[in-house]
Design a protein around this ligand. Structure first.
Ligand code: HEC
Length: 453
């Protein structure tokens, strides 16, 4: 418990769901002349050209549909009032924000949350919800009438309402990590506002200004060492220490979603970016890959929503083009795998993953719950990882490696313990070959517990 049980629920929430905002806006302009130069130098078109004048080629375009066959995940449709705008999960609470307010999504249905409290600033209703993000042990809900905090099946006025609501919030993103090394997790918040990207840390608001950009960013994500800010198709990466901005080159398409591969989002985490041109991924090595999710020459699938399972740290994306829509699982360093094909009669706008691991896609007035919370599957989750990182040597026994087909279920089960040991001690893949990200290692370790085919 974070608060004395004798407190009323609203008081308790107000106490620890409160956002202390003390400092005033401090404008950090970034991007010096040199930084603009750096930006120009790192702007490239696509892979093949190799960049102009030896410029750093940072964007690789990978064509091809999502891997794997449609696993026919079970699903259930639930109706709700209003149009879905945003969604999020914290602990047992999965919330969808709509044009009418905020509703809880659970196996029982999608039901409006009551607004509790007696503050004079508390409106009679929330109005349309613009954004939702995990914060502490609840969810911050930016609505037209107020900044709210959702927890335990109700909405309360957020302690940050007075300071943050007037900023005109249109987007929220957060990460939860112990970055000050005091042994406690603290939430970090980034706000997209009509006036630009504002960061809230240690009670101080910081407005980031990006050279050449004004108004509201279309997406943003903030890490301890870096910021990623998109204005439509223009993506800027900012190094916090040097304040240098890099514009990521290539035909990115309009960017409307960003997510980290982990809740804590430490430096080096893989960042997924949803664009009209596909799924853009920033790897741990700082390179960008754009997965078009369509064959070369075909219209790319637009990725409009991303959601992280905060328990298993699986990252999902919703992609669509015309009447085709798919739910895919983001695999770092490899093409995403197909989780489900969706009959796209209405454009899905947002996604969330509930505490059981089920993915929810929210459309205008309809929520679809996908039963993805089942154990990891060897065929769709694990075999592609072995294929990417191990097959180059082990499939045919090249480079002195014993010929072992790790993409074969029986082989993987038989050698499972040995494989995990070699992955953990870092001896496989051997130094010099592409390293396997720790998220993939975690997947394999998770799969080995149940070893589902
Ligand atoms: C660059 C080539 C190369 C790649 C890539 C590679 N390996 Fe290996 N692997 C070897 C060689 C060479 C050996 C034999 C020497 C040794 O055991 O270190 C080996 C041995 C092993 C063994 C011991 C086999 C046994 O029966 O004793 C395991 C397990 C293994 N690799 C797993 C993997 C896994 C899992 C991956 C992918 C994540 C992988 N390797 C990627 C070259 C490779």
């Amino acid at each position: 418990m974070f608060y004395a049980p004798s407190f009323s629920r609203a008081q308790g929430v107000r106490r620890y769901g409160a956002l202390a905002v003390t400092g005033l806006a401090l404008v950090v302009a970034c991007g010096s002349r040199e930084a603009d130069h750096a930006a120009a130098a790192s702007t490239t078109t696509t892979t093949s050209g190799g960049g102009e004048g030896g410029g750093d080629t940072r964007l690789v375009v990978v064509h091809g549909p999502p891997t794997g066959n449609d696993p026919m995940v079970a699903r259930e449709n639930l109706k709700f009032d209003g149009y879905a705008v945003a969604a999020g999960t914290r602990g047992g609470l999965t919330l969808v924000g709509t044009s009418l307010g905020a509703s809880e999504a659970s196996h029982a249905g999608v039901l409006p949350l009551p607004l509790l409290g007696d503050e004079p600033a508390l409106p009679a209703s929330s109005g349309a919800v613009r954004a939702i993000a995990p914060y502490g042990d609840g969810l911050l809900v930016a609505a037209d009438e107020a900044l709210l905090f959702a927890k335990d099946g109700a909405l309360f006025l957020s302690g940050g309402h007075e300071a943050l609501h007037p900023l005109g919030l249109i987007g929220l993103s957060s990460r939860t990590a112990d970055e000050d090394d005091d042994g406690a997790l603290e939430p970090h918040l980034a706000l997209r506002t009509k006036g630009g990207l504002i960061e809230l840390e240690d009670g101080v608001l910081r407005t980031w200004s990006i050279p050449g950009e004004t108004g509201a960013p279309s997406a943003a994500l903030v890490q301890r060492d870096r910021l990623f800010v998109a204005y439509d198709a223009r993506l800027h990466e900012i190094d916090r220490a040097t304040l240098q901005t890099h514009r990521v080159g290539g035909e990115l398409g309009r960017i409307t979603a960003m997510a980290c591969s982990t809740l804590a989002c430490p430096p080096g985490s893989v960042i997924a970016i949803g664009t009209d041109a596909g799924l853009l991924e920033r790897g741990a090595d700082g390179r960008y890959a754009l997965y078009t999710l369509a064959a070369e020459g075909e219209t790319p699938l637009a990725v409009r929503a991303l959601a992280l399972d905060e328990v298993s740290q699986r990252l999902y994306a919703l992609a669509e083009a015309g009447s085709t829509a798919v739910l895919v699982r983001v695999l770092t360093g490899a093409r995403p795998t197909l989780v489900a094909s969706i009959d796209a009669t209405q454009a899905a706008s947002t996604l969330a993953v509930d505490k059981t691991g089920d993915v929810w896609a929210f459309y205008g007035g309809v929520a679809t719950r996908f039963a993805t919370g089942s154990p990891l599957s060897f065929a769709s989750d694990i075999a592609p990882v072995f294929q990417t990182y191990c097959a180059s040597c082990h499939e045919k026994g090249t480079n002195g490696a014993p010929a072992k087909d790790f993409t074969d279920y029986e082989t993987a089960v038989a050698l499972g313990a040995k494989v995990l040991e070699r992955l953990k001690d870092g001896s496989m893949p051997p130094p010099g070959s592409p390293p396997m990200p720790k998220e993939q290692l975690a997947l394999i370790a998770e799969w080995l517990v149940k070893m589902a085919p």
